[in-house]
Design a protein around this ligand. Sequence first.
Ligand code: HSE
Length: 346
Amino acid sequence: MITKRLILCGFGNVGRAFANLIHERRNDLKKRYGLSLELVAIADIDGAVHCNNEPIPIDTIMAHVEKGGTVETMEKIGRPGMSGIDALTRIEADVLIEATPTNLRDGEPGRSHIMTALDKGLNIVTANKGPLVLYYKEILDLAKTKGCRISMSAATAAALPTLDVGRLCLAGADILSIEGILNGTTNYILTRMREEKCTYDTALKEAQEMGIAETDPTLDVEGYDTRNKLVLITNSLMDQTFGLGDVEVKGITGVRLDDIDEASKKGKVLKLVGTASISDGQISLKVEPKALEMEHPLATVNYSEKGISYLTDTMGQVTVTGGKSSPVGAAAALLKDLIHLTLMAS
Ligand code: HSE
């Protein structure tokens, strides 16, 4: 049996779904993978919960937060004021699960969590895009120096496999272009507007209620979440170091029902698409609403599902679709990375 001790930073929708998932599946994970996951600390905004290096009782904590409690107010084991950095510094663990919200100003607090954890030799499994898009090279360099791994499926469209397909299934092929519907919230809004003539505001509210919109939904609707994922996917698979300023971005805030109807009349469908294309040896990145022909492999990706289509030199076009955005889907992507991290290392 391999035991992995985890520190979870961030206890919003995704962090909670992750804690629930590893608790519910604990026996299955032991049986199928010989993997015992022990959560030794959770750090959130106002404090943490830990139990002096012992695994913390996930079911009791979940029951407490479901009644409106917070981790630091847990009886006996709650630590008001204890930060993620404190937890990472004081408690012994193997892996940091980073699930704090994406912050595109300075990447905090996720950046400090990741750097502190790497310094201590922990592997990183992250759902947070901010630190990765802002400090990609710095983080990867430190991980290399420390011999640690960074897994980011949950930050690169989560339940939709993007990096795993690119790295494993397309190994040896050259990727010539990437097109992706990488954001469930905007795809949900555009589909609801098209299929049910729902208003933009109502559809956005629904996406927020489903827990799939970012904490700051501007990131979704202005196209920034798609841009972030496109940058990470392109950097990882095409060995680039693009930053946020390298992408031309247009979101869906200007899209009206008329635009959607206009596309429909021409037999097309409007989607928010992120594209990495090569022209004269130069890769360029773009995010924009595009009217896709119905034959396009991403045209039928609807509601909160997503899709990615790779054009390769030797394998032709390879498209993966599905992988709905949801807190459980993001948690499942964190778990998948953890399992891969463990099995590949053993
Ligand atoms: N807000 C994102 C989406 C989920 O709607 O797909 C997290 O990346």
